[in-house]
Design a protein around this ligand. Sequence first.
Ligand SMILES: *[C@@H]1O[C@H](CO)[C@@H](O)[C@H](O)[C@H]1NC(C)=O
Ligand SMILES: *[C@@H]1O[C@H](CO)[C@@H](O)[C@H](O)[C@H]1NC(C)=O
Ligand SMILES: *[C@@H]1O[C@H](CO)[C@@H](O)[C@H](O)[C@H]1NC(C)=O
Ligand SMILES: *[C@@H]1O[C@H](CO)[C@@H](O)[C@H](O)[C@H]1NC(C)=O
Ligand SMILES: *[C@@H]1O[C@H](CO)[C@@H](O)[C@H](O)[C@H]1NC(C)=O
Ligand SMILES: *[C@@H]1O[C@H](CO)[C@@H](O)[C@H](O)[C@H]1NC(C)=O
Ligand SMILES: *[C@@H]1O[C@H](CO)[C@@H](O)[C@H](O)[C@H]1NC(C)=O
Length: 325
Amino acid sequence: MIQFNPSTLTVLLALFLSSAVADDAKLSSNLVGCNEVSCPKKGADDRCTVGNNTFMGIGLSHLADAPSSLDGFALVKGVNVSAGLGGKNNDKPTRPFKSFYYLGTPPDVDAKDLSGCVVVFHDPPSKKFKGPKLEGKNNGTDTRAASGTCSDVIDKKCITKITDRATKLADEANGDVCETLNREFKKNLPDECEGFAGNGRSFGEFSVKSLGNLTSIPNSTDCWPVKPKSDKLLGIVSSTSLRNYSANALIDEAYKITPILTVFVGKDNSSLVKETSSQMTCLKVVTEENPDDDKDSDKNSAPRMKASGVVGGIAVLVAGIFAVL
Ligand SMILES: *[C@@H]1O[C@H](CO)[C@@H](O)[C@H](O)[C@H]1NC(C)=O
Ligand SMILES: *[C@@H]1O[C@H](CO)[C@@H](O)[C@H](O)[C@H]1NC(C)=O
Ligand SMILES: *[C@@H]1O[C@H](CO)[C@@H](O)[C@H](O)[C@H]1NC(C)=O
Ligand SMILES: *[C@@H]1O[C@H](CO)[C@@H](O)[C@H](O)[C@H]1NC(C)=O
Ligand SMILES: *[C@@H]1O[C@H](CO)[C@@H](O)[C@H](O)[C@H]1NC(C)=O
Ligand SMILES: *[C@@H]1O[C@H](CO)[C@@H](O)[C@H](O)[C@H]1NC(C)=O
Ligand SMILES: *[C@@H]1O[C@H](CO)[C@@H](O)[C@H](O)[C@H]1NC(C)=O
């Protein structure tokens, strides 16, 4: 019979736990939604409360193509929409869709060390992510569940041009990097960027925010849409657009793709990055139906069972070792 002494047991458990924790930090794909972070569901719908805002769904992605010093950094989007109204103005664009954007950082990152700029492009690219086929319809796609990366919807050459230009401008900027970028993005885009923000070669509507000026969001127990859960969230911006109350408007606006440019400035030895680095990351609310979902909220245990699988595994391992002892 194999003998385990207590220190072997500790080592084994530590190994198992660290692999479980590493696994906990990995996203199952580039852009994920509520299922991945186990939002408490309301009926069959996702619900996620962050700070003072409750969202119908979220999108979470790690920064695309970031240097290793930015490992674990993520961007999060949440969308709030009011309940449908049975009024006579339902066909008019009177329904507010409020989008909120956050930067997720590892727990050991001090917000004071962040330097640079973030630009949120509010008008979605003309191309869309591929989604799963909708059941029952021959060729409909499920826009709510659709997911992907910027390079699926924006020409890679366009992404490179924008990020290279942003890095160059940030390095050359004498004063405020954000002000410089703000000026630049009022200009037209290069040819490769046709359709970047819908039709044509404009950047469309955008918001610019200094990375050094983000607001820290107090933790909540409801839904903390990051992975691992020990990560912090900093508020970037919110924006509101008005659409009508139709189902099409809901799908178009609440599930639109939002490209976000992040520019981390390497200004001295204490900076997070050695040299200035820019990334383009695309966010979108991702809502996946669970096959066994229905209106009965008791039936919404599937994502939770998945989440508790790690805990179950630990219990089994501990039980097994104790049986050997
Ligand atoms: C939430 O609302 C309260 C009261 O309006 C405000 O003091 C607080 O700063 C808000 N919190 C966040 C994270 O926005
Ligand atoms: C949007 O926010 C309002 C006010 O905070 C809240 O009552 C509503 O439930 C939210 N909508 C969704 C879909 O969560
Ligand atoms: C959907 O299917 C119909 C009938 O097969 C076809 O005529 C139509 O072009 C298809 N639409 C798309 C967007 O593929
Ligand atoms: C930070 O935000 C405050 C209030 O919005 C503003 O007055 C200040 O100029 C900003 N600072 C920087 C460095 O952007
Ligand atoms: C936030 O709260 C969740 C749930 O209580 C917890 O697991 C997580 O560690 C907390 N994160 C931070 C940064 O405090
Ligand atoms: C409502 O909005 C949708 C999508 O934006 C649009 O296609 C539709 O024409 C609008 N309906 C009315 C009655 O204006
Ligand atoms: C940065 O580090 C280098 C080498 O370690 C040192 O020579 C230089 O003085 C430092 N610069 C600052 C601004 O601290």
